[in-house]
Design a protein around this ligand. Structure first.
Ligand SMILES: Nc1ncnc2c1ncn2[C@@H]1O[C@H](COP(=O)(O)OP(=O)(O)OP(=O)(O)O)[C@@H](O)[C@H]1O
Ligand SMILES: [Mg+2]
Length: 461
């Protein structure tokens, strides 16, 4: 890939000479611009790797070019060159974002060196940015299990539609991630996504948070405040934990959703609502409606479309991919090198139910495992015992344990349960194993052997 260098100078002969020398010594591809505006036009159009910019130009000078680049968020590296030899001016340019400066009198080899440095730093910055966006907030929804695939399909279907969406799912399943994905594929990155955690709002602040307030609306309202609806503009308003909203606030929210207008607390002007409303909850809202804790009309308003985020135990095949992704994201978050994990450790994690907090629980567990060992590899021994099922093994039913101990009592109970089930199914081992929810008939045979139970006993009886 040839490096493209833009040379900007108001004296055409100067620009041409520089371009010629850079091509010769640095093997660059060069473009010249005769002034600041022309340079800005080219930068908006062409993929330029580095700019060599004259500071002294009539009209749009070098400083102005730097300022505009900053405003537009264009971070192509710029090297300024000057004939005045004024150090102060160069420092000022660097403050405005220039990568470095050279004097017009310096040999071309030094300029090439400077361009080389600037270009490689520019590439690093871009690379870092892509890596960051891969690990940070932009986390994509990981998982290729059937439930995740249908969730992804549903997201793609409703994202472009401006009506309300209700996201339901247990705690830590990824509801917020789904809301972000809806926003990304819907109103898009150029519009805001405003998230309001309804559970964290004190009751008396709910209204002013959502709808805003005028100055002097109540004691303490010493200045005007825009609410979440207004701030969300044409983007997305994400009402997290909407099931926790107090009833009076539910009534006001319903009115806003019906009229698509908000009035700030203490104000009288109606402001049009354009944001799409996405709500999430881990409560069973239908049950909340039955119990009179959630307004039915609001429930129907919010769930024009409903997305269900499946619990992790219903998609355990996603665990390996989630582990892989989480290890890298945790490492980048903590600023440490990522660790690898052995397949048997992953297998243990993929056999656990994660009932308490789903993906969040898995992430937290991985973070603890990462911190608990200095080794670069996480193994099965690093998996916490409660997840390994080790505790249970220790306390497994054991008919030889001293009477009265948990092990002995468990053994008694187990014998009783298994005998009862066998009797009920005419000692048909496969059917009994199935009824008891065991993996297969050999698991039942193992238990029967432990308790000295066999078919002969049945016939004897
Ligand atoms: N499918 C997924 N892919 C990658 N990361 C995920 C996925 N699902 C959840 N996570 C991660 O798990 C954590 C919990 O997700 P999130 O906060 O979206 O859950 P939630 O359903 O909103 O939880 P809560 O009900 O507690 O608010 C986050 O760190 C999130 O990045
Ligand atoms: Mg959440």
């Amino acid at each position: 890939m040839t490096t493209q260098v833009l040379v900007v100078d108001d004296v055409p002969a100067m620009a041409e000479q520089y371009a010629y020398d850079l091509k010769r010594v640095g093997s660059y591809h060069t473009i010249v611009a005769a002034g600041g505006n022309e340079a800005l036009d080219i930068l908006a159009r062409e993929p330029i790797d580095c700019v060599v910019l004259d500071l002294e130009m009539p009209g749009t000078d070098g400083f102005e070019v730097l300022r505009r680049l900053q405003q537009r968020g264009i971070d192509t590296p710029v090297i300024v060159y000057t004939g005045t030899g004024s150090y102060d001016r160069c420092i000022q340019a660097v403050r405005l974002g220039a990568y470095g400066f050279v004097d017009k009198a310096e040999p071309i080899e030094r300029v090439v060196q400077e361009i080389q440095n600037a270009v490689s730093r520019g590439r690093l910055v871009t690379e870092l940015r892509t890596l960051r966006s891969r690990f940070d907030g932009e986390t994509p929804l990981i998982g290729d299990s059937a439930p995740m695939r249908s969730l992804r399909d549903a997201i793609a279907r409703v994202a472009p539609i401006p009506s309300g969406v209700l996201i339901v799912g247990e705690s830590g399943t990824g509801k917020e991630l789904v809301a972000r994905e809806l926003h990304r594929r819907g109103p898009g990155a150029k519009t805001p996504l405003v998230a309001v955690n309804s559970a964290a709002l004190p009751e008396q602040l709910v209204e002013s948070e959502l709808f805003g307030h005028e100055r002097g609306a109540f004691t303490g309202a010493d200045r005007l405040r825009r609410g979440a609806f207004e701030n969300a503009g044409a983007g997305t308003l994400f009402l997290d934990e909407v099931g926790e909203l107090p009833l009076p606030a539910q009534a006001k929210l319903l009115r806003v959703l019906e009229e698509r207008k908000v009035v700030r607390v203490g104000g009288d002007r109606a402001i049009q609502v354009t944001a799409r409303v996405v709500a999430a909850t881990n409560r069973d809202l239908e049950r909340e409606v039955e119990a009179g804790r959630f307004r039915q009309d609001l429930y129907y308003r919010l769930n024009v479309h409903m997305l269900r985020v499946p619990p992790l135990r219903e998609r355990l095949s996603d665990v390996p991919a989630l582990v892989d992704h989480s290890l890298r994201s945790i490492a980048s978050h903590l600023g440490m090198r990522s660790k690898t994990i052995t397949p048997d450790a992953v297998a243990l994690l993929a056999a656990y139910e994660w009932r308490r907090n789903n993906v969040r629980e898995l992430r937290n567990c991985l973070e603890r495992m990462m911190m608990a060992t200095d080794a670069a590899i996480i193994g099965a021994a690093d998996v916490p015992p409660e997840i390994r099922g080790g505790d249970e093994r220790d306390e497994a039913a054991d008919a030889t344990a001293p009477p009265g101990t948990l092990k002995a009592l468990k053994a008694q109970a187990e014998r009783h349960i298994v005998l009862g089930a066998l009797d009920k199914h005419d000692w048909h081992v496969t059917r009994t194993a199935e009824a008891l929810g065991l993996a297969d008939h050999s698991s039942l045979l193992k238990i029967m052997r432990r308790h000295g139970l066999n078919k002969g006993m049945h016939r004897d009886a």
